[in-house]
Each structure stands twice: as C-alpha cells, then as structure tokens.
Design a protein around this ligand. Structure first.
Ligand SMILES: Cc1cc2nc3c(=O)[nH]c(=O)nc-3n(C[C@H](O)[C@H](O)[C@H](O)COP(=O)(O)OP(=O)(O)OC[C@H]3O[C@@H](n4cnc5c(N)ncnc54)[C@H](O)[C@@H]3O)c2cc1C
Length: 287
C-alpha cells in the first residue's frame, strides 16, 4: 500500500519530458494514468526514484482524422475512446472493446498509450492494436519514429520503446465499409484481466473472406497475431469447418502461463472458443 519515496516532475511539452528522461536515466518512469504503475509501486515491484507526469501535456491528447487514419493521442483515456463519435464511426472496435477493460473509475484515468506501453500480456489494447494493424508514433531525443504494432510487443513487459522515448500517438486505418469486428474476452468477473481474449477484424466479399486479422490476449508472453488462423479463413467461404480450423490454429499458437485463471489446457481450449466466437460475431457485423 505504501509506495517508496520519489521526486515528481510535471513537464508541459513532449520535448521537456524527453529531456527529463535523458537527464534522469533509468531511475525515472513516465506516469500516465497511473493504474498499472502506481499499483506496482504500492507493492514495491517498481521503485523509480523519479516520476515524470505526462498528464499536463496537451499535445498527447485528442482523437482526430488524418486522411484514411484515425490518430489517437497516447494520453487519451479509455472512456474517451468509448465516447468518441469518430471512433464509433470509423473504427468501432476501438470504441467498443474498452468497455471490457477494468471499470469506470480506472477507465477515467487509464490511457490507451499506457495500456500498450506497459507490455502486460493481460492488457487488452495490445491484441486489439494487432487486429487493427495500428502504428505507434514514438518520440525520442533524435525525433519521431513509427513502429507497427506487429513489431512492438517483444515479451512480457518488454516492447520496442527505448528508455528515452515516449509513445505520442496511436494511428489506426479507418475500417472499409462493411468491415466486421469483435473482441471476445473470457474473464472471471468485471474488471479482471482476460483468461483468454480474441480480437478479430473481418471482411467478406461474395461470401468469401477477403480480409482477416486475428490476435490473442493473455495467451502467450505477449499479445500475438495468429497468421495460421487467418490463413484458415482467407479466400474461403465462412463455414463451420473453416471457423473450426481457425480456432484449432489459435490453440496451436497459444502458449499461456498457468495461474489462478486456469491451467494451460483450459486456457488453450478457451483460446479456440474465443476465436470461434469472435469470428462469428465479426461475421454477423459484416455487410
Ligand atoms: C482494477 C484494475 C483493473 C484493470 N483491468 C484491466 C483490464 O481488464 N484490461 C486492461 O487492458 N487493463 C486493465 N487495467 C490496467 C489499466 O488499463 C491501466 O491503466 C493500463 O495498463 C496502463 O495505463 P496507464 O495510463 O494507467 O499507465 P501507467 O500505469 O501510468 O503506466 C504504465 C507503464 O507504461 C509507461 N507509459 C505510460 N504511458 C506511456 C507513454 N505515452 N509512452 C511511453 N511509456 C508510457 C509507464 O512509464 C509505465 O511503465 C486494470 C487496472 C486496474 C487498477
């Protein structure tokens, strides 16, 4: 309950925050919504000597359209995603799925950038960003670079972010008309992390699958996309057999850790079930 002592910094621009990261080094941590970092500090799993609060940086906020993409500031909180008319219209998966993240209080603080940067395989945004083919804009002392979600998640709590970088925005392509989508999350109760989760984005053309992306939550050391499950569907008419083949491929790809949410066999079976349900729900939304 009692976090260790730390110094507090509240920069007003991204450049100031990057300069602080550079001068304070690995003793410093960025503080976003604080709903993963502060719990870890209260249990003394993390003991940073400096917290750099990025809540007072306006350039990290806001949801806007740029060409065919929706650009979301990293400090956008979950409830802002849910309430965004732009996301509801252009990337409805990203407005709907956060309703399954944590609870109303946590969703008023927790940010999309923090959820992704944390690198927790239990978090929901990583798999959602893989299914959305998102791109993350990272800014460091040398300027900005963009990293695809597919190249970002390297392991448990390990990502492509360098110590002196800040995630500034998340960019997602707007859905083509008729795109189906779903996020199926098996959890023990509201506000719990997934026992197993699956994000699916799907398009049908002439009755066959013309586009599909499938990603899994909490079924491996990090969020993973499952190309073999996608290959089982792509170019095929959706049928019980092709959906079963995709679910089987997800089970083969799953590499879950045993914990209080279940053993490996149970979680692996649930990977298949979540993928099956998510494909069916996504297909029902296709037009
Ligand atoms: C009761 C409870 C239930 C929860 N349930 C869920 C759930 O079901 N699903 C889920 O996905 N999450 C869940 N969470 C986690 C919650 O969504 C967190 O808010 C989220 O994991 C981290 O976001 P944050 O903004 O709070 O980041 P913080 O806790 O402030 O930071 C997390 C980490 O990311 C780094 N970081 C943050 N922002 C940036 C940035 N812009 N650039 C670079 N690094 C950055 C920080 O330095 C820190 O290391 C839950 C939390 C609680 C307390």
């Amino acid at each position: 309950m009692i976090p260790p002592a730390f110094d507090y910094h509240a920069p007003r621009t991204v450049d100031e925050a990057i300069a602080l990261l550079g001068s304070l080094g690995s003793d410093a941590k960025l503080l976003a919504g604080g709903h993963s970092l502060l719990p870890m500090m209260k249990l003394r799993f993390a003991q940073p000597a400096h917290l750099i609060d990025i809540n007072r940086i306006p350039e990290l906020r806001g949801i806007r359209e740029e060409g065919n993409e929706v650009v979301i500031g990293a400090m956008t909180v979950e409830n802002e995603l849910i309430a965004s008319p732009l996301l509801q219209a252009k990337v409805p998966l990203l407005a709907d799925a956060p309703k399954q993240i944590a609870d109303p209080q946590v969703r008023n603080r927790g940010t999309i950038g923090g959820d992704i940067a944390h690198g927790d395989p239990g978090n929901d945004h990583p798999a959602i960003s893989l299914a959305l083919d998102a791109t993350f804009d990272l800014q460091g002392p040398q300027g900005k670079r963009s990293v695809k979600a597919a190249d970002f998640f390297l392991g448990t709590y390990t990502t492509a972010l360098a110590e002196d970088e800040i995630m500034v925005a998340i960019r997602v392509p707007a859905f083509a008309p008729g795109t189906g989508w779903a996020y199926e999350k098996l959890k023990r109760k509201t506000g719990d992390w997934a026992t197993a989760g699956a994000a699916v984005v799907l398009r049908l053309s002439g009755g066959s699958v013309s586009h599909v992306r499938i990603a899994l939550t909490n079924l491996a050391p990090m969020a993973i996309r499952v190309p073999a499950a996608e290959a089982a569907l792509l170019g095929q008419p959706l049928s019980a057999a092709s959906i079963a083949a995709a679910a089987q491929a997800a089970q083969t790809a799953a590499d879950p850790a045993e914990d209080l949410r279940g053993d490996i066999a149970y979680k692996t079976a649930m990977a298949g079930q979540m993928v099956k349900r998510a494909i069916q729900a996504a297909a029902a939304r296709c037009s």
